[in-house]
Design a protein around this ligand. Structure first.
Ligand SMILES: Cc1cc2nc3c(=O)[nH]c(=O)nc-3n(C[C@H](O)[C@H](O)[C@H](O)COP(=O)(O)OP(=O)(O)OC[C@H]3O[C@@H](n4cnc5c(N)ncnc54)[C@H](O)[C@@H]3O)c2cc1C
Length: 388
């Protein structure tokens, strides 16, 4: 399928088409109780509203609605949409987080009901590289242009998945979502994909900007960024993952991979916001100019040659914060390597007793695993460790 065909698709649901597509799945899995909270959280992270009513999680999305109910010995899923692509998307929005968080259980989800054809994900947009700028020794900014980017212009959904096409390929390879909600690639040929933060978006100019932290031991995304040229093609899926929420006292913390998100959030804070931003980098040479309210103190933490993901700089910095006595007007946002992420998560929950809805914190990478290996391991490589 060519790029123009994808651009030409009307992604909105056809209101004249009154047909509703429905499917359901009953899955036997007695230990669902061990996984339910992180699964529901992961579903909500992907731009879905999850409401718990009468013991059932109701999931609302632009693509349609779903339910997730824990029952005797397992769980039941239902999905309903007015568009065949919407129902595949919803199945994926459920089956994806379940399969990832409970990866070691190798659950089989068998759907019953309407069967729809494999289709491109509704959220897929095609981008072309328009400029490449080295901001510092380890940061490369790449700007892209694309059509119909409105859905990505969200302060509450900062992240996206990039699909890196090999240069010179005759026909780009795009993932399809099948009737099981699974990703299938044409001719079984997958191209690499990775998660990045939208540093800046300007819908009118059709532009998205991503800041790539170039790390040693480069995987496919970093190699792609190091080799990028204008005209190169990537796909984008999303958006996902939460941004900051309004609060007077803001704390932001992360390593290079979170600097794009921290910079974007700092720019959006009201002028009277107060708090701290802690940013771990290799050295001063990678510090980037930031626009932020005068009351938010920026602390650059330098590893000074230590390998990324091996220091306790970030957890130590978060432990040093003097939090307001009343935590009602506090928000924390952060992202970093999995070990530091786990330590910070435990401190926020057990030390500070910050309510779960007062912070957004993601494990952005794992110091000994590529993204494919994280996905294969699931919860243990992504959720916080209870102890080190
Ligand atoms: C929500 C979210 C938002 C993110 N936003 C950004 C962003 O805006 N900019 C950005 O640069 N990254 C961002 N990341 C991190 C990025 O997705 C990972 O660093 C990714 O693994 C890089 O892919 P890769 O192909 O280069 O390496 P992979 O193939 O995934 O890994 C190869 C090797 O590199 C190591 N590695 C991976 N990442 C790093 C790193 N950052 N530093 C040192 N070693 C590493 C791994 O441990 C592995 O050994 C984000 C991640 C998440 C989950």
């Amino acid at each position: 399928m060519g790029l123009d065909l994808i651009h030409g698709v009307d992604w909105k649901m056809n209101s004249a088409n009154a047909r509703r597509y429905r499917a359901s799945a009953d899955v036997r899995f007695v230990r669902i109780g061990d996984y339910i909270d992180p699964i529901v959280e992961a579903i909500a992270t992907h731009d879905m509203i999850v409401e718990r009513r009468g013991g059932i999680h109701h999931i609302l999305s632009p693509f349609g609605n779903a339910t997730f109910e824990v029952c005797q010995g397992g769980f039941k899923l239902t999905v309903e949409a007015t568009d065949p692509r919407g129902i595949n998307h919803l199945k994926h929005a459920l089956a994806g987080p379940i399969g990832f968080i409970a990866a070691r259980e190798r659950l089989e989800i068998q759907w019953e009901g309407d069967v729809t054809e494999s289709a491109l994900p509704d959220d897929l947009r095609i981008l072309r590289v328009t400029s490449i700028e080295d901001l510092s020794p380890r940061f490369r900014r790449i700007a892209f242009k694309g059509e119909n980017l409105e859905r990505y212009d969200r302060a509450d959904q900062l992240h996206c998945r990039l699909i890196f096409q090999p240069r010179g390929i005759a026909e780009p390879l795009w993932p399809m979502l099948d009737h099981r909600g699974c990703i299938v690639w044409p001719e079984n040929t997958a191209v690499p994909t990775r998660v990045y933060t939208i540093r800046r978006i300007d819908v009118a100019r059709k532009e998205i900007v991503i800041d790539f932290a170039l790390h040693a031991n480069a995987g496919p995304a970093t190699r792609w960024a190091m080799d990028a040229r204008t005209g190169d093609v990537v796909g984008i899926l999303g958006p996902a993952a939460n941004g900051s929420k309004p609060a007077k006292f803001q704390v932001l913390a992360g390593d290079e991979t979170a600097l794009p998100g921290i910079a974007r959030i700092l720019e959006s804070l009201p002028r009277d916001a107060v708090g701290h931003a802690f940013i771990e980098l290799d050295s001063k040479a990678d510090e980037l100019p930031l626009t932020c309210p005068a009351g938010v103190m920026v602390h650059w933490l330098h590893r000074d040659g230590a390998a990324a993901g091996t220091t306790t700089l970030l957890p130590d910095a978060v432990r040093s914060i003097r939090w307001p006595e009343n935590l009602d007007d506090v928000f924390f946002w952060g992202g970093c390597e999995h070990t530091a992420f786990s330590a910070i998560y435990r401190h926020l929950r057990n030390g500070v007793a910050l309510p779960r809805d007062s912070f957004v914190l993601y494990s952005h990478w794992h110091r000994s695993l590529s993204e494919e290996q994280i996905i294969a391991r699931g919860a243990e490589a992504y959720l916080p460790h209870q102890s080190q």
